[in-house]
Design a protein around this ligand. Structure first.
Ligand SMILES: Cc1cc2nc3c(=O)[nH]c(=O)nc-3n(C[C@H](O)[C@H](O)[C@H](O)COP(=O)(O)O)c2cc1C
Length: 369
């Protein structure tokens, strides 16, 4: 299957199916000398692991990562880092029925049309389990970014019509509720909404917001490797993401120029900043030194336990009742996936940015002399 690699210098190749032997990723282009342990990666994977709350699929997987290559005596060697997570509780029998029909909202029909057949066990390659690869690689990217004083943090901004009140934003709250919301009141209301919809055998969507702080101005390559263009690709490639926003996002179409422009200001030392950040930290595809603020809009989980109308592989109209283990809402488990894809993209763009001008290149080689 083509299309499983992402990145230019910090490159990842994601592999594996939901109900195959395992899921993994090969990270090529990771610099040598980065201290890296399985625990560094496990911390990130635990945030996306299933079965942690009543808002996640009950499929009980430990998702324990093993480093197969690219690390020697606790540091990266500069060679490909191969990571594997074995699937432990495949129950493909839950899915044998869906081999014969197309689940609404899923990729069954499109995979069949594209390849003539599909791995129907839990969605195969289109399963949310594929995001293990992204999170594992993202943990490495985030660790490198931290050493460069760049932080990437994501949280749940909205569940259905329940939105975080940004005036009550409390970063300490994010890990205190099952939905990763930075507002305890909104989290309580959102939990109620999900419980209600679950009782009605329905599902809910939502929004994940991600903030990158500490990134210097000047990262991003015009014109096809713009920072925002690559972030959009990274985020929209996550299953169930239906829209991407940067800064004020779709709101800009209703704003006036005088409202939307961020005026620049120079501080006493001559450093240039912006008074506001409607642009979300990127101008002309290049970071402007402000925080990067992006949002991923997730649809409600397609697998719902209501009777639905669909078509089988013989082209007959049928009614179906989907079985299996599913997330009543995708958003909480996807928070770390958004964070991971953002970290991978930002690091890749920073590494690309190192060759942008001759003075930088000269400094690099002068250092080696
Ligand atoms: C972290 C994560 C978990 C997911 N869990 C489920 C799930 O339990 N049940 C389900 O029907 N879809 C789940 N999905 C979504 C489907 O994989 C996705 O909607 C489907 O492949 C169709 O792709 P599309 O929505 O991008 O068009 C999940 C997605 C992600 C990112």
């Amino acid at each position: 299957m083509a299309g499983s690699t992402f990145g230019n210098i910090f490159k990842i190749a994601s592999w594996g199916e939901s109900h195959g032997k395992g899921i993994g990723v090969v990270v090529d282009g990771c610099p040598a000398g980065v201290p890296l342990t399985e625990e560094d990666i496990q911390i990130y994977l635990n945030r996306r692991k299933p079965g942690q709350s009543r808002f996640a699929t009950p499929r009980a997987e430990d998702d324990v990562v093993e480093i197969l290559s690219g690390v020697f005596e606790g540091v990266t060697t500069g060679t490909p880092i191969s990571l594997i997570v074995y699937n432990k509780t495949q129950r493909s029998s839950d899915y044998s029925e869906i081999a014969s029909y197309y689940r609404p909202g899923h990729a069954d029909y499109t995979f069949d049309r594209k390849y003539g057949f599909r791995d129907y066990r839990g969605g195969g390659r289109s399963s949310g389990r594929e995001t293990i690869a992204r999170v594992a690689a993202g943990a490495i990217a985030a660790k490198i970014l931290q050493s460069l004083s760049v932080e990437v943090h994501a949280y749940t901004k909205a569940i259905g019509n329940v939105e975080v009140d940004m005036e009550h934003f409390n970063a300490d709250e994010i890990f205190q509720n099952m939905l990763y919301m930075p507002d305890s009141d909104a989290a309580k209301r959102a939990e109620k909404l999900i419980d209600e919809k679950r009782m009605q055998t329905d599902s809910v969507g939502g929004v994940v917001e991600c903030v990158v702080s500490g990134l210097v101005a000047g990262m991003g390559e015009p014109v096809f490797e713009k920072l925002d263009a690559n972030l959009a690709k990274a985020i929209v490639s996550i299953g169930a993401v239906k829209a991407f926003e940067i800064g004020d996002g779709t709101k800009v179409s209703k704003a006036f120029g005088s409202e939307n422009n961020d005026s620049f200001m120079a501080d006493d030392e001559g450093r240039i900043t912006k008074r506001t950040n409607h642009a979300g930290g990127i101008l002309g595809g290049i970071s402007d030194g402000s925080d990067i603020v992006l949002r991923a809009y997730f649809k409600p989980t397609p697998s719902i336990f209501k009777e639905q109308r669909t078509v089988n592989r013989e082209g007959k109209n049928i009614n179906v009742n989907i079985k299996g283990r599913h997330d009543p809402i995708i958003v909480p488990r996807a928070v770390v996936v958004v964070e991971a894809m953002t970290a991978i993209t930002v690091l890749d763009m920073m590494l690309m940015g190192m060759t942008a001008d001759i003075h930088r290149i000269k400094r690099f080689f002068d250092d080696l002399r």
